[in-house]
Every structure is written in C-alpha cells, then in structure tokens.
Design a protein around this ligand. Structure first.
Ligand SMILES: C[S@@+](CC[C@H](N)C(=O)[O-])C[C@H]1O[C@@H](n2cnc3c(N)ncnc32)[C@H](O)[C@@H]1O
Length: 442
C-alpha cells in the first residue's frame, strides 16, 4: 500500500491485511469455513475430520498450510483442541516452515515480522493467571505436536505473549467474535479510548479505516480501541492493564470529569434535564444547578440503592430469556433516579434491546433502541460500527412494525456511519443495509 503524505479523509481505508495465522472458534467448526469463515453448508476435511470448508477453492487455498496440521488434528479428533492451543500450534508449525521471514507492511517500506511483535515477556512471566494458562496449553500442545516439535518454555512464552498482546478477535458483520487472527503489519496500531480509526473484517481480512480526517498517515497518531469503550474509566484501564499491560493515558482516561459524569443522577424534578454530578463520584450537590430543586437524603439513598442493584444485575445476567424481565425491573427503578445518559442506564437499555430482539418482542425492542441512541453515541462515539448497527437493527425492526418513515430515517443514519466504518463495498453494507434501504423507500 502506498504511503499517504496528504490529508486522509474520514472513511478512507488506510490499511488492509490478511492474517499471518487465523483460527475459527471451535464452536463454529461445523457451520463456518475454516479458511474464509463464511457461514453455510460446509464439507469435512476427509483427512483430519476436524475442519470444514465451504468449497473446493477454499480447501485448496488452505491445503498448503493445512497439510502440515492435518495429521496432528487427526490424532486428536474427536476431541476438541482449545482455540488458544490451536493458534499457538499453527504459529509453531508456521515458524518452522519459514514463517519468521514473512513481512506485514504498514507503509510502502515499513514492515514487521513475527519477532518484531511485542510479547510483554516479563509481565506475562510474572502474571500467575497467564503462567497457569500457558502451562495448561503447553500440555495440550505437547500431546498435539509431540516432543520433537515443541519449542522450549521460554520460546513458547514469547509466542504466547505475542498472541495475547497482538491478537485480534475476528468479528462477523454483526460484530460477534468468530475467531482469532494475528496480523503482522496492523500490529503497529496503538489503542485509544477516543479512537480515530476502526478495525472491521470481511471474512478474515482486516481493514483499518479512518473515522476522523487525519493530517497524514502517521502510525504514531492513529489509534483503534482494543476494548469495549462503553465502560467506566476504571474498568477500561483494568481491562487494558490486564490484557495489554499498559496504563491508558488517553484524553478520556485523564479527564477528571469523565467518571462522575458517567454516574450522573437525574434531577428529582422530572421536568429538568440537568444531570446531577456527584463530587468525587460520591457527594451530591445541595440542589440542582439549573432548577434549584433540593436534593433530599432520601433521593441520595435511592440513587445509591438503584445504582448498586443495577450493577449487580448487569454483572449476573447470562440467560437472555430472563434478562429482559430483569432489565425491565432495572429500568423501572432507574426512572427519575439515574440520568438518561448514565452509563449503567445505557448498559441496561443495551441489554434490554438485545434481549427483546432475541425474544422477537419488536415493540419493546424499538422503544429500548430509540432510547439507547444518545447514550450509545456518547460512549461509543459518532462513527462506531456498533452505533451503525444499532441504527440498522432499529430500521429493520421498524420495517417489521410497518413504521416506514422512522425506518427510513434510521437506515439513513446507519448508512452515514457504516459507509465510514465499513465502506460501501463491505458485504454488511451491500447485502444487508442496501436491501433494507430499498425496502424502506418502496
Ligand atoms: C498491538 S501492540 C501495538 C503496537 C506497539 N506500540 C508496538 O510498538 O509494537 C500493543 C501494545 O502496544 C502498547 N500500547 C498500545 N497502545 C498504547 C497506549 N495508548 N499507551 C501505551 N502503550 C500502548 C502496549 O504495550 C500494548 O501491549
């Protein structure tokens, strides 16, 4: 790819790369192609009976490398290899076949090889959770590859560290994780909680697109988000520290106002939209700055009770069918107590929206989705794939409910975002959004 010295416009694809190695999640083994990750009818490899392909072309393309791992997988079938062990095995086998010479370019002249990737070797060596994980993976790998191909523990730890620190969750169009991939050139990109670029996938190919205008292609100034940014500053920092071993100092993380704002209470006067910010996250003001309504001790108590209750429920929610009822209880309790842009309220709406969709409760889903938009935008940013998807899902639901004008509006919003984050040639845009837009304009 040519280096760009000129200004880069929002929506430009600035880097695209095929994976150095990639592994499909084992739970999708029988429904997706092991090579291109496409879903649909798949055919078993008659050698290992472990992996499946969507067609002969994919099988042929994959064979160059699969022929190396095929006998090892055959030995272990019908047991399942943990995904983390499979990607490590692929890397070990690839490095022994000259993979250490492979280059991933991030400008016309700059590239990275596997050994150039950060491994956070020392941090991982002193992280008991990681050491325990690697020890258990090492047992599986030894059984899979045998003693002769097994690297020593130090070497294995270096490989493991590179996967932990540089690996990408490969996402389908709906942003669900379907596998893991390692991309050599793209591993150059740092994190920010206010990213100016975004990573999306078409199959296993990774695309980095600018979501803001950029002055030039300077990789030290281009950031994607490594973690869910709809979290408190503290939780984002914990995630980043435990997975990537650094303390984030982006503008959001160092803004002392951010956390208190996220936890804002509603003004007890239901006609007032002013958020009540707790000083130091704890102390209520005596009265609302705008309407001067006094903040009673009872109200403060209720706010604390509702916040604790919501956090506990969100942490415990697993089963979607029961989630919707729990979300509804949380949302009822939050009314006139948590501000409408409060993070915990936004998270409750998000879960309620997804649960209602799962259960086919379209009216409920629409109402949660519409209320979710502003919070989602506040926490995820204006050009975030999840915001684009929210608008697209809303438009689809509105078409089902025959609310065509509203559907048109939301689908156009989806288009404004997804053409930046995914591009107009992405299958999500072409095969999902465009037909919905056409249906809405008929
Ligand atoms: C995928 S690598 C990114 C590229 C890395 N800077 C390099 O030179 O190889 C991820 C690692 O980069 C570092 N990193 C990424 N974003 C960072 C940030 N915002 N502040 C400090 N370190 C960061 C962390 O050490 C992290 O584990």
């Amino acid at each position: 790819m040519k280096p760009r010295v000129n200004k880069i416009e929002r929506g430009t694809c600035i880097l695209t790369e095929k994976p150095f190695v990639h592994v499909l999640k084992s739970r999708y083994r029988r429904e997706r192609c092991d090579h291109c990750f496409a879903s649909g009818k798949v055919l078993k490899c008659s050698g290992c009976c472990y992996v499946y392909y969507c067609n002969r072309t994919c099988q042929k393309e994959a064979w160059d490398f699969h022929k190396v791992e095929c006998p090892f997988l055959k030995k272990i079938t019908p047991r399942i290899v943990p995904d983390a062990a499979r990607i490590l095995a692929r890397i070990i086998l690839k490095l022994q076949r000259g993979g250490d010479l492979e280059k991933g370019y991030y400008t016309e002249t700059c590239y990275r090889k596997f050994r150039d990737l950060m491994s956070h070797y020392h941090e991982i060596r002193t992280d008991p959770k990681r050491v325990e994980h690697l020890e258990s993976l090492s047992v599986v790998l030894r059984e899979l590859l045998g003693d002769n191909l097994m690297p020593n523990f130090t070497e294995l730890q270096g490989i493991y560290g590179r996967v932990v620190v540089n690996g990408f969750n490969i996402l389908d169009g709906e942003m669900n994780s379907i596998g893991t991939g390692l991309y050599l050139g793209i591993s150059v990109v740092d994190h920010s909680c206010t990213p100016n670029a975004v990573a999306t996938f078409e199959g296993t190919t990774l695309y980095i697109r600018a979501i803001e205008d950029l002055p030039s292609l300077d990789w030290s100034q281009i950031f994607i988000s490594y973690v869910d940014i709809m979290q408190t500053t503290e939780d984002r920092r914990i995630d980043l520290k435990s997975q990537y071993y650094f303390l984030c100092t982006c503008s959001r993380c160092i803004d002392p106002e951010e956390s208190p704002e996220m936890e804002a209470a509603a003004c007890p006067n239901s006609n007032c939209i002013q958020p009540l910010i707790l000083k130091g996250g704890k102390e209520f003001p005596e009265s609302c700055e705008t309407c001067k309504t006094k903040i009673s001790l009872e109200f403060q108590e209720e706010y604390r009770e509702v916040t604790t209750f919501t956090k506990e429920q969100l942490a415990n929610m697993k089963d979607v069918a029961s989630d919707l009822d729990v979300c509804k209880i949380c949302l009822t309790k939050q009314k006139n107590v948590l501000h409408r842009l409060n993070l915990w309220h936004t998270k409750s709406l998000d879960l309620a929206f997804e649960s209602a969709i799962e259960m086919g409760k379209w009216q409920d889903a629409r109402s949660f989705g519409v209320n979710l938009i502003d919070g989602f935008r506040k926490y995820n940013g204006d050009f975030n794939p999840l915001l684009g998807l929210l608008y697209m899902k809303l438009g689809k639901i509105e078409l089902l409910l025959n609310q065509v004008r509203e559907a048109q509006e939301h689908l156009l919003e989806a288009s404004n975002i997804l053409r930046i984050t995914h591009g107009e040639s992405h299958s999500l845009y072409k095969t999902q959004l465009i037909p919905l837009l056409m249906q809405a304009s008929n």
